[in-house]
Design a protein around this ligand. Structure first.
Ligand SMILES: [Zn+2]
Length: 282
């Protein structure tokens, strides 16, 4: 399996005026993403972007909001705008709207991110270089963390605090997996310990379907069974017997029945029922 290859980058100097100039022509352009520029994907999991899909920043629109919520750059902790492929930005907004409806939690008021578009340069294998990838760091509410993808921060917590963070994280991931076939969490590799990567390289304009050869989807399935359904399954990233049995139990519990790989309905039923379970702790 080819893995993501994080590259350390220095944060470019960004003026406060630029960051705050969202309403006018001086909208800031932020260059960094959390897992960029080389989000290379396993062939069985996600097709890589190709040079003909990579675009220039100037061809994309800048967005300072997502589903009307302000975007905040995780590193500067200030509002900023980011370049997105228009269709992908709309899909993300639809996801956030769906999450707010399903989560059972008060709606967040800010979206914190490491970014979306990053110039591909000579290596155009990342969907970030097509403006079709997003690195989600946190959803915030009234100045506090609401759902944190900063596993690097909450992994050292214990007890109820840890359980709450974990359940909210995996409920958020479940909602993302509903709408996008390629979602990378901290289970994928260390690069994703501070954000969840989402792109529509595999699912395009459609919604997600399950591939039983997708490690990233199966890692999420296993974590969702473990943390949201209290049915511990070893995280192998494989469609193995314990995972089949655990997901069958969940589908029976929610009245759907059958196996997770029976149909796209089973996949969506499993994820849809998982999202509100993030609200049950804390
Ligand atoms: Zn990413």
């Amino acid at each position: 399996m080819t893995t993501d290859e994080p590259r350390a980058q220095r944060i470019p100097p960004v003026s406060r005026r630029g960051l705050l100039g969202l309403a006018g022509a001086g909208a800031a352009t932020i260059l960094l993403g959390g897992c960029t520029p080389a989000t290379r994907d396993p062939a069985a999991d996600n097709p890589p972007a190709t040079p003909d899909r990579c675009v220039s920043r100037g061809s994309l629109d800048e967005h300072g909001t997502l589903a009307k919520l302000p975007l905040v750059y995780e590193i500067s902790q200030e509002r900023a705008s980011f370049a997105f492929d228009g269709g992908f930005h709309t899909q993300l907004g639809d996801w956030l709207g769906g999450y707010r409806e399903r989560s059972g939690l008060t709606a967040p008021d800010q979206v914190w991110t490491y970014g979306a578009y990053v110039a591909g340069g000579s290596d155009c294998s990342s969907w970030h270089a097509a403006g079709r990838a997003f690195d989600l760091a946190r959803l915030r509410l009234r100045g506090g963390d609401f759902v944190s993808c900063r596993y690097d921060r909450w992994r050292s917590t214990t007890g109820a605090e840890r359980q709450r963070a974990q359940r909210r994280y995996w409920a958020l991931a479940a909602s993302l997996h509903l709408d996008f076939a390629y979602v990378l969490t901290y289970l994928y590799n260390a690069t994703h310990a501070n954000h969840i990567h989402i792109d529509n390289g595999r699912s395009g304009r459609g919604r997600s379907t399950l591939s039983t050869s997708s490690p990233s989807q199966l890692q999420a399935v296993q974590a969702i069974c473990t943390h949201l359904w209290d049915d511990p399954v070893e995280v192998t990233g494989r469609w193995d017997s314990p995972t089949r049995r655990a997901t069958k139990r969940v589908l029976a519990q929610i009245g759907h029945g059958g196996d997770l790989d029976d149909s796209v309905d089973a996949w969506r039923a499993f994820l849809t029922a998982s999202v509100p379970r993030g609200a049950e702790a804390g």
